[in-house]
Ligand binder design. Structure first.
Ligand code: AMP
Length: 218
């Protein structure tokens, strides 16, 4: 199964992709995580990406497409994968389509998650991530078992540098200007399911599993 998790920053794409990936036993591929891993390792790609990410801007298509296509060509993606945060431009969507066509693969469903803007800001400001295993938490909605520590690997949680209010407003503007049109593109080409994000993560997951015709695994 090949799924695209779509939506503005902060709607919960990453958390839902993690749950689906575990249930379906397929990789969860997040372009944001790929960039953050490159930044942590100090690679040239990471240095280039950071300059754009810190400003809330999109990383140029050439770099983004190169990194994600390499990831999708990995053997572990043969039985399907879930993409989160990609494509964010029409050029990226066209590249993905071309690559999948070459491999005789196709997107099954685009999961479009929506949430009102005031809630998005509230969600992102309270978001904390594990810099080691990329798990996502929230100060109110998804607290770790021990304050400030990742449940899985016990690493100290951090706030992403681009999760501050001024940058969030810029990212939402970028979403409206550059990314939202990708949804219209997919509505013409494949199945899109529309999901309204709830504060309770499990409630959102239930809606998504139902829309995809999957048995709930939680
Ligand atoms: P995310 O983790 O999905 O919120 O992405 C964090 C940041 O990484 C974004 O604000 C962009 O700067 C960059 N980024 C992630 N995915 C893409 C993409 N598909 N195209 C361009 N930039 C991206």
């Amino acid at each position: 199964m090949i799924l695209i998790m779509f939506g503005a920053p902060g709607v919960g794409k990453g958390s839902q992709a993690t749950i689906l990936a575990q249930a379906l036993q397929i990789p969860h591929i997040s372009t944001g995580d790929i960039f953050r891993d490159n930044i942590a390792k100090g690679t040239e790609s990471g240095k280039l990406a950071k300059a754009y990410m810190d400003k809330g801007l999109l990383v140029p298509d050439a770099l983004t497409i190169g990194l994600i296509m390499d990831r999708i060509r990995n053997e572990d993606c043969r039985k399907g994968f879930i993409v989160d945060g990609f494509p964010r431009t029409l050029e990226q969507a066209e590249y993905l389509k071309k690559m999948l066509n070459e491999e005789k693969l196709a997107i099954d469903t685009v999961v479009n998650i929506t949430l009102e803007e005031a809630k998005i800001i509230d969600r992102i400001v309270g978001r904390r991530i594990c810099p080691s295993c990329n798990q996502v938490y929230h100060e109110l909605y998804k607290r770790p078992h021990t304050h400030g520590l990742c449940n899985t690997c016990r690493t100290a949680l951090v706030q992403r540098p681009d999760d501050v209010e001024a940058t969030i407003v810029r990212r939402l503007g970028v979403y409206a200007a550059q990314t939202k049109s990708v949804l219209s593109y997919y509505r013409k080409k494949c199945t899109v399911v529309d999901i309204v994000s709830k504060d309770d993560i499990t409630e959102t997951s239930s809606q998504i599993f139902k829309a995809l015709g999957l048995d709930a695994a939680f």
